[in-house]
Design a protein. Sequence first.
Length: 431
Amino acid sequence: MRATNWARNHRWQPAARAVPATEAEVVALVAQARERGHRVKAIGAGHSWSDAAVTAGTQVSLDGLRRVLAVDLATGCVRVEAGIRLHELSTALAPHGLTLQNLGSIAQQSLAGAIATATHGTGLNNGHLGTQIVGARVVTGTGAVVSLDAQDQRLDAVRVHLGALGVVTELTVAAVPAFDLEEQAETRPVAEVIAELDAIRASAEWVKLWWIPHTGQVQIYRWSRTSAPRRARGGLAGLLERNTRLSYGPILALGGLVPSLIPSLNRSVFRTSFGTWSRVEPSNRVFSMAMPPRHRELGYGIPIARTAEALAWTVEHVERESVRVDFIFELRFVRGDTAWMSPAHGRDVCQIGAYVARSPDRARFFAAFEEHMLALDGRPHWGKEFSVGHELLRARLPEFDRFDALRRQWDPAGVFDNAFTDRVLGPRASA
Ligand SMILES: Cc1cc2nc3c(=O)[nH]c(=O)nc-3n(C[C@H](O)[C@H](O)[C@H](O)COP(=O)(O)OP(=O)(O)OC[C@H]3O[C@@H](n4cnc5c(N)ncnc54)[C@H](O)[C@@H]3O)c2cc1C
């Protein structure tokens, strides 16, 4: 049976599939693959737009390794099997009064898969998800098991591992005491947002911006800790938001059939779904939304100081080139960190994302957007669509060679190589 990712932009035929239920089974599988000169590639939830999990070798699903192994209430450290889904982890933490410090827009990903690509949420007090990791166990390409604690510098390689270092079997996460968030949402004209970007970004602990193309408006989300009584978003808009695949999917399909309608469809979605509201809910329910309709994404981490410039360029480009964009355009903010392959390595970034569902203008929009984000010193989001290769990435990521050296040490025979690692890290022949 062929495999596919969530967005269905990649379909592939693995030679074999395995769903190990223990670390020992992973070790045996990798050792056998190495002996036979075969390739192995782990897969989590298959939610990457990039081809990171694609393989013609053996596809190892971590679905059999998703239990919580230990919860240390004194430190908040939680040891889990690496295939656990983020929503399963949040559910397991709740009875202990614990939660994750930050999450991205959905929680369907596996933990190991999410950190592989530096999955992030927003808020300059927060790094990407891998920054919450304080320990890991990895089955390397030699079949050895490496166990890393927070003092081990190599943990900074595993925090954003690209699926290139081995099969991650266990992770320890530093959870935090559970907290509620108040979401305050408002819309502002995009020109005002560009002019006041620094102040808006600093106006709450967590700030996320959605420019709605063809409306001239930006939806601003601000999230702040609160002990106020919980209240969900009510009314029709709340219902639509909790069911975006049903409510929004048919509108995107119509735009795909008649692209000239896209600008007016965006305006009607804006009127029905966006505006001013507030709600109070547990943090994980505010961070992550209902699964959206199927769409494509390209994202870059750019230096924070270039955010306004990047948004202004995109707004102007879409207008000038008559690009029909049928999805939101997103800006989130991520604290700089020390992970070797992090797009935020050594600098705070704006994670800026161009998204398209059915518009026929996707390819030309993504190409122009990517070129501009590279001109702004951007680094790609590893889980999204990007076209740059190892020559440029080596120049952009100060610890690139260190990561590549560890990969070659842990996986000398290239058991975990695929077209993605060849493109991003360089093929073995160039060693
Ligand atoms: C609807 C949607 C919303 C999203 N929202 C966000 C968001 O808010 N923020 C954000 O940053 N990203 C977001 N993403 C992107 C997503 O978080 C990343 O692509 C993430 O890597 C997917 O996790 P996964 O478990 O599906 O991993 P997969 O896509 O299955 O795999 C990703 C990589 O991890 C490797 N891998 C997986 N498990 C293991 C393991 N146990 N050991 C070794 N390697 C492993 C794979 O080989 C591959 O290289 C979103 C994606 C979708 C579809």
